[in-house]
Design a protein around this ligand. Structure first.
Ligand SMILES: *[C@@H]1O[C@H](CO)[C@@H](O)[C@H](O)[C@H]1NC(C)=O
Ligand SMILES: *[C@@H]1O[C@H](CO)[C@@H](O)[C@H](O)[C@H]1NC(C)=O
Length: 840
């Protein structure tokens, strides 16, 4: 029950956000605290000896407190102390101000995000096609474009390889140029004094969270990235440089990449002025070094959900993230919790020849690709300075903003589109192209590739489709129970499978009509994380490669409550068996256990009138909804045989692996920079998340840590190792006995050999259809060359996409879907990069 209070009435969210004083981390420590709404933050501040600063932006009931710099955690210590006194049954503690704390986090400086740009080589493009040049000049004349580098902007109109561009000029001809739409570049600043940007600059949507001043002026010598991205979106039609994709849109800047920030700052930045900024452009993320696995902290996640639920007048803010530049280090955008968020549109890169540039990461969460550097050219855009241009903007950093500009055009054409409509339109209008990849026809009849998503953006096609698009109904979700597997993962060419069957009735009672995103949260205990890979096979037979092996990822604890995402099942009904297969393809001294998993389907609801908004996740949100969707946990875990010849599971796969790699496991998995404690909303599963009480019950264990993940890390690591060793021994014993004693159907786990794959029980048959059936083939893990730059900044990377044909398809063992007559597997043994081709 919510009791309105004076603070709640006084603090209009935007007012409070505007009035939150700047942080000064040199002199003070800060706390973000989620309070019951009936509690006065001033009272709590008085009780704890803290200074109350104000509301934490748009986050409901979240507040900011500060105290002069100190080493301990004042709030966490006070809560622990109260628990101790209660255990000693001290009197007078029945109700206490601290009881109103639902989450508290002392703010620590975060590890820096990486910008996702790559510097290309000097242009070695061929001569222009005369007809195309003439057309380009006619377009410029008709639109009165006099910008000096417009003719170089091949991503807008390509005169050298005609057709390899965004196909945007006929959208402009209709007067659709981004009017009344604002994009916000969350980056290292935005040169609002540039001739090319000043007329479109929108100060109200801008802020500098590094220097805590109003205007995000670039101040450091390498603060050029945000300005270049801004130019791609909204460079004006004028006499400076070129034009942006949405050259009449407004552009704002939020500066976070040029100094120390905390989770609190990032949560404020990522939905800054969410009623005025429509699209947030994010060309950065956790390090793309092939060994990091990092997700936004809970405050940031809540800030994104708040924006998606309340931003743009409730239609939802649009998040666009660059896919990441770590492909050459085996990185995959599903190890990045920003790009694999269901709330962000992940944009990867192709070069001017429609080829995959060496850097652009693949993953099942990637929705779309568009043009960027590689193949001997890069993106030509505005630079920092009064009238300065660059021809050197690149990486997935440059692809994301082209998506942002396109979405701004779409929103001008149809302002009422929700955040999910925009994703739908991207899926429906992206254009697959003639490049080898694991193109597979989805249930919607669209081609999907982990390398290229649903294809490349076509601005004209998207805007045309938007004009008549029927808005989707609100978002519904269905959560499976936690599926407890707790089985050893066989090494080498086998995998361990576990299945959950979704019934029509389950989806009906969840008001769930069809799938958009799926997420899968899982725990895998493993002594070398980079050896593990995960596939998910849907009832319709579509395979998502949720994770792939990474040669440099030595992290010794596997996946800790990690959530993977896939957009490859878009449009499926979701009814039937979902099978997750965990593989450990490296035969070595490292091994592990598949502990558990939980599947979530996100998509369109059946009945819009009864569908609530997703409740804000708490520290214990994994417990939500289990009661609504509870089913007997029907878990089967069997080994899936795979073609032994298909995989070379030899550590010498990469003879040229970088010699300067850091041998130590990454420590960036959990932001060591944050501590927090959480109190569960309820000690047990609640019947429904929407009826979560506002009070809290004392947790039986102290829970220091930003998130559940952190707690598992802190408390679970030792336990995990012990349990793992013990269960390994028990498992070997039991599995052996069972194999000797039972027939196949009598037990839930077995190692199948190849012959058994053909026909069998339901599970086996389904697995054969999905993973090893006769209409699928696998390509071999190739021994292609990798450049030795892992661990260096992406700014040091040089483009050389032409030497790399189609790395994704032969980098990891792929399943090629030949049903529907596409994506024919062609390569069984070549290590030179030949593979299947997918054709429209
Ligand atoms: C590009 O836009 C035109 C209209 O200007 C449209 O007819 C065409 O289908 C689009 N796509 C391509 C690949 O040209
Ligand atoms: C601009 O957007 C606002 C808010 O979305 C809307 O009220 C207004 O009518 C729009 N103006 C134009 C010219 O489209």
């Amino acid at each position: 029950m919510r009791i309105p209070n004076l603070w709640g009435l006084l603090s209009v969210a935007s007012l409070a956000a505007a009035h939150l004083p700047p942080r000064n981390y040199a002199t003070h420590d800060y706390y973000a605290i989620h309070l019951c709404s009936s509690t006065s933050p001033a009272d709590l501040a008085a009780h704890l000896g803290l200074t109350y600063e104000g509301e934490l932006g748009s986050l409901e009931d979240h507040h900011v407190f500060k105290a002069p710099k100190h080493s301990n955690d004042l709030v966490g210590d006070a809560v622990q102390d109260l628990k101790r006194r209660r255990r000693k049954r001290e009197v007078g503690l029945e109700s206490h101000p601290l009881d109103s704390i639902r989450f508290a986090q002392k703010q620590r400086i975060k590890p820096r995000h990486w910008k996702r740009n790559a510097i290309p080589e000097v242009s070695r493009a061929g001569p222009p096609v005369t007809d195309a040049v003439n057309t380009q000049r006619e377009i410029a004349r008709a639109l009165e474009i006099k910008d000096p580098i417009f003719e170089e902007q091949w991503h807008i109109f390509n005169v050298k390889t005609p057709g390899n561009d965004l196909n945007v000029t006929d959208v402009w001809m209709q007067g659709i140029t981004g009017k009344n739409v604002t994009a916000c570049i969350v980056d290292d600043g935005l040169d609002m004094d540039s001739e090319d940007l000043k007329d479109n600059f929108f100060a109200e949507g801008s802020y500098d969270f590094n220097d805590h001043v109003d205007l995000p002026k670039p101040r450091l010598s390498d603060d050029r990235h945000g300005t270049r991205c801004a130019g791609e979106v909204a460079a004006g039609r004028n006499n400076a440089c070129g034009v942006g994709i949405a050259y009449d849109s407004k552009i704002s800047g939020v500066r976070i990449l040029s100094g120390d920030i905390t989770d609190m700052d990032e949560s404020l930045a990522i939905n800054y002025e969410l009623q005025k900024n429509d699209i947030y452009s994010c060309s950065w993320g956790p390090p793309d070094d092939g060994k990091t696995m990092q997700a936004p902290g809970l405050l940031i996640e809540k800030a994104m959900i708040t924006a998606v639920q309340q931003g743009r007048g409730g239609k939802g803010s649009i998040y666009v993230f660059a896919a990441g530049n770590g492909a050459a280090s085996d990185d995959n955008c599903n190890f990045d919790g920003y790009t694999n968020s269901i709330y962000s549109i992940t944009v990867g890169a192709i070069d001017k020849n429609n080829k995959h540039p060496y850097y652009s990461e693949a993953c099942s969460a990637q929705l779309v690709v568009t043009y960027s550097s590689g193949g001997g050219d890069a993106i030509h855009t505005t630079d920092v300075g009064a009238n300065k241009c660059t021809s050197q903007h690149g990486g997935t950093s440059a692809a994301g903003p082209i998506g942002v500009g396109t979405f701004a055009l779409v929103l001008q054409a149809r302002p009422e589109l929700t955040w999910r409509d925009l994703q739908w339109l991207t899926v429906m209008t992206a254009v697959p192209f003639d490049q080898p990849s694991d193109w597979t026809k989805t249930t919607l009849g669209k081609m999907f590739s982990h390398q290229f998503g649903y294809g490349k953006l076509d601005a004209y096609a998207m805007v045309e489709a938007a004009k008549t698009w029927k808005l989707v109904k609100p978002q519904a979700w269905f959560y499976s129970p936690w599926m407890h597997v707790k089985k050893e993962i066989p090494q080498g060419d086998q995998g361990l499978a576990s299945t959950f069957e979704v019934t029509e009735q389950m989806l009906k009672s969840a008001n769930f009509e069809r799938v958009e995103h799926i997420t899968l949260t899982m725990n895998v205990a493993h002594t070398r994380r980079g050896d593990v890979s995960v596939e998910l096979i849907s009832p319709d037979g579509m395979t998502s490669h949720l994770s792939t092996a990474r040669r440099d990822d030595e992290f010794p604890a596997g996946y800790l409550d990690w959530t993977f995402m896939s957009v490859a099942h878009w449009g499926e009904k979701g009814i039937g068996k979902w099978t997750v297969i965990v593989k450990d393809t490296k035969v070595n001294e490292h091994s592990g256990t598949f502990t558990d998993w939980k599947l979530r389907l996100w998509g369109e609801c059946i009945d819009a009138s009864t569908q609530p908004l997703r409740p804000m996740p708490g520290a214990h949100d994994d417990d939500d909804h289990d009661a609504i969707t509870s089913v007997p946990a029907h878990t089967t875990a069997i080994s899936v045989p795979t073609n032994a010849a298909a995989i070379t599971a030899n550590p010498s796969d990469h003879p040229d692996r970088p010699v300067n790699q850091k041998p130590k496991p990454t420590t960036t998995d959990e932001p060591a920079s944050t501590t927090a404690f959480e109190t569960p909303i309820s000690a047990t599963s609640t019947p429904s998340a929407s009826s979560v009480p506002e009070s809290f019950l004392p947790s039986p264990f102290p829970t220091f840590g930003v998130s559940k993940r952190t707690q598992i890390w802190i408390y679970g690591s030792i336990g995990l190792i012990l349990v793992f060793c013990a269960s390994l021994a028990i498992y070997f014993y039991l599995a052996r006995r069972k194999r000797l004693q039972s027939s196949r159907d009598d037990y839930e786990f077995e190692i199948l050999d190849d012959a058994e794959d053909e026909e069998g029980g339901v599970r086996t048959g389904m697995l054969a259809a999905g993973a090893g059936g006769n209409n699928k083939r696998r390509a071999r893990r190739g021994g292609e060359l990798y450049d030795a730059f892992a661990g260096e900044s992406d700014e040091d990377l040089l483009s050389d996409s032409e030497t790399e044909d189609h790395p994704y398809t032969d980098r990891d063992e792929k399943v090629y879907d030949e049903k529907n007559g596409i994506g024919e597997g062609s390569d069984a043994g070549g290590s030179s990069g030949s593979s299947s081709q997918g054709r429209r």
